[in-house]
Write a protein that binds this ligand. Structure first.
Ligand SMILES: *Cc1c(COP(=O)(O)O)cnc(C)c1O
Length: 375
């Protein structure tokens, strides 16, 4: 008898059927494609939720990062600072623009971009075109410190808030601190549209430009007129309908993710070898994923935990493998101030635990029991 599978994070549509109602509306009015009411409203509603002036609904979070860099005129020969400990989609768009990433180490308080390493990077490369910060697993980075450094050097900040929709730092939403912020609605994120992304900013003119580039850069002319290279990056009206429905349950999802995090935290209190990703002061993470690290001297390894869970049909994952360790980025520079690379250490010792909002208390107890059994 197979145990019911427990996922890391899977799509969770509303019980009320909000998503299908918006899709039905799109069908009924034949606004199936390409744009339409749902796209406009999703842009407005998400921007309102996070407190941003405007947003462009796009086909993915990766496309949103790409458009942010293009809007900042990142191009061949430019340097962009980027945390090493992240998903590759943060860094790939730097390459799409033929620019060069320089990877920055993490700090231990939040696991995100280390302000001291960022300072050091500025000493070596005084004129980067942009800095990308990531709020890993939903935990906000040290935004005040990072923003102060960027402001001092007059370099724009892009926030990759793909994992942190709804997380706040000193009461303000992640994604709204930089010149541009991006969100992802990929299948595993805290809300999903099956796939999609959003670029937000206070700069209405630049966002209008991104909408233009994302619809093949068609100039206003009866014939097809192109003065610039375009992209097919726009979100469809059907997909945006799912997003509008999901936005209505975002607060419920954050509440459940937080409960999951707190349950793990309480359960592992008694095991000194397990530490949770910290929740920094003045922040309210969305707790997209609950992540633990295992102390170096423990007899239990992260791989043992992952394999023990896998045997019971439970999904877990190592922490992201840092970008400076990836063969595809092996020629890129990596800046750290710590004697021992923090991102490498977190990768070696970390495990992402099942954080699925459809997981029941009993199922989470199963996960906890298996892990505790190893210690
Ligand atoms: C998911 C993710 C992205 C990419 O978003 P997509 O919508 O999948 O393209 C970018 N950065 C981070 C940190 C992510 O987790």
């Amino acid at each position: 008898m197979e145990n019911k599978k427990i996922f890391l994070a899977s799509p969770h549509m509303s019980d009320e059927g909000y998503e299908q109602a918006y899709i039905k509306e799109a069908f009924d009015t034949n606004w199936v494609a390409p744009l339409g009411e749902n796209v406009n409203k999703f842009e407005q509603e998400l921007s309102e939720y996070v407190g941003s002036k405007t947003g462009a609904a796009l086909s993915s979070g990766t496309a949103a990062i790409h458009m942010a860099l293009k809007a900042l005129d990142v191009k061949k020969g430019d340097i962009v600072f980027c945390p090493s400990l992240t998903f590759s989609a943060t860094a790939n768009p730097i390459i799409y623009q033929n620019a060069t990433p320089v990877f920055i180490d993490s700090e231990r308080d939040t696991w995100n971009m280390d302000p001291l390493s960022l300072e050091k990077a500025f000493e070596k490369y005084p004129n980067p075109k942009a800095v990308i910060v990531v709020h890993l697993y939903g935990t906000p980075a040290k935004i005040d410190e990072i923003k102060a450094i960027c402001d001092k050097h007059n370099v724009p900040l892009v926030e990759d808030a793909a994992e942190s929709l709804g997380s706040t730092y000193k009461g303000k939403e992640t994604g709204t601190f930089g010149k541009y912020g991006i969100y992802s609605f990929n299948g595993n994120k805290i809300i999903t549209t099956s796939g999609g992304g959003m670029l937000v900013s206070e700069d209405e003119e630049r966002i209008a430009k991104v909408r233009f580039w994302s619809t093949q850069a068609r100039e206003k002319a009866r014939h097809y007129q192109h003065n610039e290279i375009g992209y097919n990056y726009r979100m469809s009206n059907i997909v945006a309908g799912i997003g509008r429905g999901q936005l209505k349950v975002l607060n419920d999802r954050i509440a459940k993710k937080t409960e999951i995090y707190n349950t793990y935290k309480e359960a592992f209190k008694s095991i000194s070898e397990i530490e949770m990703q910290p929740t920094p002061e003045d922040t309210k993470p969305n707790h997209w994923l609950s992540v633990i690290t295992i102390k170096e001297d423990s007899k239990v390894t992260p791989l043992q935990i992952i394999e023990a869970l896998e045997k019971e049909n439970i999904e877990s994952r190592p922490v992201w493998k840092p970008m400076h360790m990836q063969p595809v980025f092996e020629k890129c520079d990596y800046i750290q101030v710590a004697e021992k690379s923090v991102s490498e250490d977190l990768f070696t010792r970390g495990v992402c635990l099942p954080s699925d909002t459809k997981m029941t208390m009993e199922e989470q107890e199963r996960v906890i029991k298996i892990i505790k059994g190893l210690f």
